[in-house]
Design a protein around this ligand. Structure first.
Ligand code: 6PG
Length: 241
C-alpha cells in the first residue's frame, strides 16, 4: 500500500482520530522546540476536525498557524478558509494573534501570493528557492483527487521552485493562493482527512493507480513516510483491504 491509513465508521470518528493524531504530532514537536508550525486546509471537512481539536491538550500559545490554501476573498467572507479556522479553532483555542499567518486574500491574488511567500520566507528564514518545511500539515482531498488548490491538469503541479502561488481554479471560477508541491512534500508530518462516499473513487485512484500527480494531485505526497490518511468507511470503501 502506498500510504499509511486508518478508517473509521463515521466522519466524526475519523475527525476525532485525526485530531488526536494532530495533537500528538504537535506535542512531539513542542517537546523539543520552542514552537511548532501547523498548516491547515479549508473546505467543509476541517469543521469537524477543528471542533475535535479543541478538546485536545495542545499548547496553542506555541503553535504558529498557516494555510495550505485560501480563496481570494476577505477574511470575513463565507468562503474564507481563514474564517472557518477562526470560528472553529483560532478564537475558541485563543491562538495568539502573532501566531496567525493568514493569506491576505483580500488583496489581488498575485499580490496576496507574493506577500504570503515573503511571510513564509521570513518565518522559516529560508534561503532563496528553498520551500518551507512545516512541522505539521493537515490536508483534504476533493472528489477529483485535488489537494490544496492544485487541481488535475494544473501547471503549478510542476512548480518546484516557489513556496506558494496564485492560481485560477477554472472549476470554481475562483482565484486562490495555494502552497506548491515542493512545500507540501517537505512537511515533516502530514495528514489527510477525507470522508464521504463521493471521495471513494479518488481515494482508490490516489492509492492504487500508477503515479500520475497531474491526474491525481493528492499523489504528490505518495511515498512520503510522514503522511497518514484518516478516512471514514465510505471514503475507504473501494480500497483493497
Ligand atoms: C479548499 C481546500 C481543499 C479541500 C478539498 C476538500 O480550500 O477547498 O483546501 O483542498 O481540502 O477541496 O474539500 P471538502 O473538505 O469540502 O470536501
Amino acid at each position: 500500500m502506498s500510504f499509511r491509513w486508518h478508517c473509521y465508521p463515521t466522519p466524526l470518528e475519523a475527525a476525532a482520530a485525526a485530531a488526536r493524531h494532530l495533537a500528538e504530532l504537535l506535542a512531539t514537536r513542542l517537546a523539543g522546540n520552542a514552537s511548532a508550525s501547523f498548516a491547515v486546509s479549508g473546505g467543509s471537512t476541517p469543521r469537524l476536525l477543528f471542533d475535535e481539536l479543541l478538546s485536545q491538550p495542545v499548547d496553542w500559545a506555541r503553535v504558529h498557524v498557516f494555510w495550505v490554501d485560501e480563496r481570494a476573498a476577505p477574511p470575513t467572507h463565507a468562503s474564507s478558509n481563514y474564517r472557518l479556522a477562526a470560528e472553529h479553532l483560532l478564537r475558541p483555542a485563543r491562538v495568539p494573534e502573532k501566531n496567525i499567518h493568514r493569506v491576505r486574500a483580500e488583496l489581488p491574488p498575485e499580490i496576496a501570493a507574493e506577500r504570503y511567500r515573503q511571510e513564509l520566507a521570513a518565518f522559516f528564514a529560508l534561503p532563496v528557492g528553498q520551500p518551507p518545511a512545516f512541522d505539521v500539515m493537515q490536508l483534504g482531498m476533493g472528489a477529483d483527487a485535488h489537494t490544496a488548490s492544485l487541481f488535475p491538469g494544473e501547471k503549478l503541479l510542476e512548480d518546484r521552485e516557489r513556496s506558494a502561488a496564485a492560481v485560477f481554479v477554472e472549476k470554481h471560477a475562483q482565484w486562490r493562493v495555494t502552497l506548491l508541491p515542493g512545500t507540501l512534500r517537505r512537511a515533516r508530518a502530514s495528514l489527510f482527512l477525507v470522508s464521504g462516499a463521493d471521495k471513494a473513487e479518488a481515494v482508490r485512484a490516489v492509492f492504487e493507480e500508477p503515479a500520475d500527480p497531474h491526474r491525481y494531485p493528492a499523489q504528490i505526497l505518495r511515498g512520503n513516510p510522514g503522511v497518514t490518511w484518516f478516512l471514514d468507511d465510505a471514503a475507504a470503501r473501494l480500497l483493497k483491504k
